[in-house]
Design a protein around this ligand. Sequence first.
Ligand code: FAD
Length: 432
Amino acid sequence: MDTKHKPQVVIVGAGFGGLQAAGKLDKSLVDIVLIDRKNHHTFQPLLYQVATAGLSPGEIAAPIRWIVRHRRNVEVLLGEVQGFDLDRRLVKLQDMEVPYDYLIVAAGATHAYFGHDDWEPFAPGLKTIEDALEIRRRVLLAFELAERQAASGEGEVRLNFVIVGGGPTGVELAGTLAEISRRVLADEFRSIDPKSTRIVLLEGGPRILPTYPEDLSRSAEEQLKHLGVEVRTSALVTSIEPASVHIGETRLPAAVTLWAAGIAASPLGKTLGAPTDRAGRVLVNPDLSVPGHPEIFVIGDLASLKDKNGKMVPGVAPAAMQEGVATARNIERELRGEPREGFHYFNKGNLATIGRAAAIAEFGRLHISGFLAWLAWLFIHIFFLIGFRNRIIVLIQWAWSYLTYERGARLITGDERLPGWAELQAKKDSAA
Ligand SMILES: Cc1cc2nc3c(=O)[nH]c(=O)nc-3n(C[C@H](O)[C@H](O)[C@H](O)COP(=O)(O)OP(=O)(O)OC[C@H]3O[C@@H](n4cnc5c(N)ncnc54)[C@H](O)[C@@H]3O)c2cc1C
């Protein structure tokens, strides 16, 4: 039996980056403590499907303990990391401290409201399973409340859903909500016409999906319009209130407002004492270590790094995963007495889904739109889902809802109040 003390690697965050690092580190070289405030890993690219009732939470999330069950050198701890003692090399949780020889911080990012945190109660963002369930609740409840009002003879409300932010998340939410109102719910209500629901996507910049080439942005906008989404670009939101969104002097009524506009890195980044960028991401060295602390690495959405071509490594799952692998390799190299290597991001392509059979894809110079791009998106995303069972179930669900337009996870759970509904009734005005 090997009784030698192995270096302890503490990984904060079992997202895409943290899990890869834990999975790749050689068990004969290190012991690992993997800490997360949730007991599950969430496959964020499919969160919008939970938010729009296409999939259930268990289909896109898996218990962390189960994922690493065969890795005997990995201890999983459930807990929220509150900070670090860098001198004593300790990770601080509320009621315990965990020592490390190497630390990998992979705590990701969350949504930001550009200094307007008071908008959050009226415009939830999408980052966790809880967020997705809250969005699902609000969307489904809006239809129910409108039906009840119309059935009681109080007059029909025309539902407006406003999505703020024309990045990938805003686009997929808008496209899927349009599909739900135009197709899924179309025949299920007797007093309202779900097809008349107005879906508005607001983007502050001149075009949606700004990180994609212009031709694909244009195509995405056309595909959204085809699905029935009203796209407004150069529309800077100036305030969000219960039941309305303001763009300067223009007021848009909104039964449900969703936020998909801003990203802020985990506050843990700032506690490392290293320089950060405007979004709070840690400016890491080329090997992903923190300046002045070669034993600490920051990876994934929390890290800010330019690749060898001077382009920012994007905040996407493949980048976080590649950084997790690179960090594991560098720790192993160092333990074997070899020099570390700089990180290079390999971009295999970018895909964004818009709705049923609608997507865009960029593979180098090859740009694809529509059904083929959607198929590529579908298979790539299902392939990366954790767990064989999940992949099969999701594929079957998808095939079923493709053929039947059914969305099986249409459960309203929790509170039956919709923030802003009373205000919407009081104003009773139609769209601006
Ligand atoms: C709605 C949505 C859709 C997306 N779609 C795509 C897509 O289609 N394709 C794509 O490539 N990327 C997509 N992304 C981005 C992708 O999910 C991220 O780039 C990726 O998750 C980053 O990985 P990470 O390991 O840095 O962080 P995460 O995967 O976010 O993991 C961070 C982990 O840290 C834990 N954590 C955070 N703070 C603490 C703390 N204080 N203590 C303990 N644990 C903590 C969290 O619980 C979480 O498990 C999407 C993101 C969102 C939100």
